[in-house]
Ligand binder design. Structure first.
Ligand SMILES: *[C@@H]1O[C@H](CO)[C@@H](O)[C@H](O)[C@H]1NC(C)=O
Ligand SMILES: *[C@@H]1O[C@H](CO)[C@@H](O)[C@H](O)[C@H]1NC(C)=O
Ligand SMILES: *[C@@H]1O[C@H](CO)[C@@H](O)[C@H](O)[C@H]1NC(C)=O
Ligand SMILES: *[C@@H]1O[C@H](CO)[C@@H](O)[C@H](O)[C@H]1NC(C)=O
Ligand SMILES: *[C@@H]1O[C@H](CO)[C@@H](O)[C@H](O)[C@H]1NC(C)=O
Length: 488
């Protein structure tokens, strides 16, 4: 084959793989959390990821259902180890060996493409005080040793997802970034260990939380489209907090002799409910800006190579702790059921594709009876009861159902309880204040949900995840190469 042909073939393949990006061949990465009262079927979630071009996923635990569905899916997996498991894993390498045997090797041998084990989750978060200070690094070392013993030392790398509060900047400028003094030496040991074992540093960055924590935070600086007044740091002008935050870490690494340490973003995203700044408009603006950067392959001023970015999150989780805030249950790009919240351009003009094959409970809602009164002595108790067992985070100030009158408010609470209890007959009987309706009470931004049918009597699904995208494309590439060769 002459030079020209080779060149054309190359061009063609570049074009083809470029196209493939939007089809999920190269793709995007996301977090898949499981703290839902009514989780989607894992096979539906895997299909949802593939349909939307996600080919990497981070799990917070070695969940058997999720891992089974990910087998032979073409999706690369990062398995998280919850903080509660750190102490035993740190205390004895045999515990780590057992952990890897039961939760990693088993799945690798079943066709799950596990690439990372994420030891702990934000273990040095200031609010945890020193709880995980002495167990995180030994657990990391033991897991690494166990992976090597299991013959997975090359294939599976270790990391620790850290909150961005492990570093700071005295001057407030990225160039004076360094690790927090109280954990500086520990961070050095961990980074050296990761570096020696070809591991990666993982950081979670949350511009939303910057805005949430500080009412004077300049709103535009949380987003990516360059409209904020710049923060000037020597020759660099920062117009968004994401770049500034990431480069603070890069400066900290450079300052300590690890300037080329690979870094990934383990979590980044924007919630849509539960706080005035957590809304659809801001979430779309942030996530679209983020996606555009990922698709362009854009890095930061101090590191032009783009980091791997795990979007937080794929779907909402209605059973997450609201201790950080009511927004905590609304980080999904999709609702709890895989329905679309807002459209995103996923590259090459492709939009989001919702989950398919979701089975719902009957189309009926539990609402306040027309005849019942808000001055009924059981009124407030009934709402409180409903909201103790179901998710009422959309009712707060500035949230999607924050403008309801008292009756609609009660209806929302009653319905959430009724749906969360799988529309059980006795779960819509709030001291005779409630009744069942088939008229959808949703209005404006406020959605009165119908819950997913957990399908206890459902037929077992033979809806196996479809074959790997990459595998499907391979014969196609070969065929096209053949055709091209014949033409030229
Ligand atoms: C919700 O979370 C609580 C506390 O973490 C847990 O005890 C409970 O089992 C969870 N409920 C469901 C339905 O997953
Ligand atoms: C993983 O393995 C350990 C045994 O070391 C076990 O206790 C744990 O429950 C397993 N599963 C998960 C999801 O971590
Ligand atoms: C940035 O995006 C927001 C929201 O989409 C828009 O209002 C604003 O005008 C944009 N600014 C620039 C400079 O594009
Ligand atoms: C609606 O219910 C929530 C949750 O109980 C409560 O915080 C809020 O004040 C209620 N609003 C109205 C208008 O009754
Ligand atoms: C609800 O109504 C029924 C029938 O009208 C009545 O027997 C029952 O005592 C009422 N329950 C409450 C808690 O008010």
């Amino acid at each position: 084959m002459g030079k020209g042909n080779g060149y054309m073939l190359c061009l063609f393949l570049v074009f083809f793989l470029g196209e493939g990006l939007s089809k999920g061949v190269q793709g995007l990465a996301c977090n898949w959390g499981l703290q839902s009262t009514h989780p989607l079927q894992p096979s539906i979630v895997v299909k949802l990821m593939k349909d939307n071009g996600f080919n990497k996923v981070k799990l917070f635990e070695a969940d058997p259902g999720a891992l089974k569905a990910l087998a032979n899916s073409g999706i690369q997996v990062m398995v998280g180890i919850p903080n509660e498991l750190l102490a035993p894993l740190a205390s004895n390498v045999n515990n780590a060996i057992n952990y890897v045997k039961q939760n990693i090797s088993t799945y690798v041998s079943k066709g799950v493409d596990i690439r990372y084990v994420a030891v702990a989750n934000e273990p040095f978060l200031k609010t945890y005080k020193d709880t995980f200070l002495h167990t995180t690094f030994p657990a990391l070392q033991n897991i690494q040793a166990a992976l090597i013993k299991a013959g997975l030392g090359k294939q599976v790398k270790v990391t620790i997802p850290l909150n961005a509060d492990v570093y700071e900047s005295e001057s407030g400028l990225p160039s004076s970034g360094d690790f927090r003094p109280d954990i500086h030496d520990l961070m050095m040991s961990i980074i050296k260990f990761l570096s020696d074992n070809r591991g990666v540093l993982t950081i979670n960055i949350y511009p939303f939380l910057s805005l949430y924590a500080d009412p004077n935070f300049p709103v535009d600086y949380a987003f990516f489209n360059g409209s904020a007044a710049p923060v000037v740091d020597g020759s660099i002008s920062y117009t968004n907090v994401f770049d500034a935050n990431f480069d603070t870490l890069i400066s900290a690494l450079e300052k300590n002799g690890f300037g080329s340490m690979p870094v990934m973003i383990g979590e980044v995203g924007w919630p849509t409910d539960g706080d005035p700044n957590a809304n659809i408009e801001y979430a779309r603006r942030f996530n679209q800006g983020l996606l555009d950067r990922i698709i362009r392959g854009q890095g930061t001023p101090k590191r032009s190579t783009p980091p791997e970015v795990y979007l937080f999150s794929l779907i909402d989780e209605d059973n997450k702790s609201v201790q950080p805030g009511n927004f905590e249950r609304h980080w999904g790009v999709f609702y709890y059921d895989g329905a679309i919240k807002y459209q995103l351009n996923m590259g090459h003009g492709r939009g989001l594709i919702p989950a398919k094959g979701v089975k719902y409970l009957a189309r009926q809602w539990c609402v306040m009876s027309p005849g019942a009164s808000t001055s009924d002595p059981n009124f407030q108790n009934s709402i409180n009861y409903a909201c103790t067992y179901a998710d009422c985070t959309s009712l707060g100030y500035g949230s999607s159902c924050g403008n309801l009158d008292a009756k609609s408010n009660a209806s929302y609470a009653f319905n959430m309880y009724y749906q969360t209890m799988n529309q059980r007959k006795d779960s819509c009987s709030f001291s005779n204040l409630s009744t069942i309706t088939t008229v959808n009470p949703s209005r404006g931004t406020c959605r009165y949900e119908i819950m997913i049918d957990l399908g206890k009597h459902e037929r077992p699904s033979n809806h196996a995840p479809s074959a790997a995208g990459r595998k499907q494309h391979f014969p196609l590439i070969m065929a096209l190469v053949l055709v091209l060769t014949l033409i030229v």
